[in-house]
Design a binder for this molecule. Structure first.
Ligand code: ZN
Length: 134
């Protein structure tokens, strides 16, 4: 399921969606804000462009909305199971607090999900790119 070649591998490892080798982000630490948004322009191994068109990642905001709503529902269900006597204020504190703490992870994850909508894994991508450049 998470093996190389699957979309989930590329998304959760935040790797190039075409060759699954190089990281999508220059800074791999989600909580280190130096070069937080920085992504290479192209993959150095397979040549895949990471910004497919100008302002490409605006679409990732819609993915982020969906992921955040799914997270809020998951927190609600988890609290129903683990702590059934909670009130609305406790739920909002836990749900919004966890969204704020996880925001950098969600941001990068949603960019990885969004580019994986448009780019397919190609096991021959690296060889084809090297042949084309020699
Ligand atoms: Zn690549």
């Amino acid at each position: 399921m998470f093996s190389k070649g699957s979309k989930l591998y590329s998304i959760f490892k935040m790797r190039c969606p075409k060759c699954h080798e190089t990281p999508l982000f220059e800074n791999k630490n989600h909580y280190k804000y130096d070069k937080f948004f920085a992504m290479p322009k192209t993959c150095p191994r397979c040549g895949q462009r990471f910004e497919l068109e100008p302002a490409f990642y605006y679409g990732a905001m819609y993915v982020s909305y969906g992921v955040s709503v799914a997270w809020m529902i998951s927190v609600f269900v988890a609290m129903l199971v683990l702590y059934p006597s909670f009130n609305v204020n406790e739920y909002l504190f836990v749900a919004i607090g966890s969204i704020i703490v996880l925001a950098p992870v969600i941001f990068k994850l949603c960019r990885a999900i969004y580019i994986n909508f448009f780019v397919k894994y190609d096991p021959r991508a690296i060889e084809d790119f090297q042949e084309a450049n020699n």
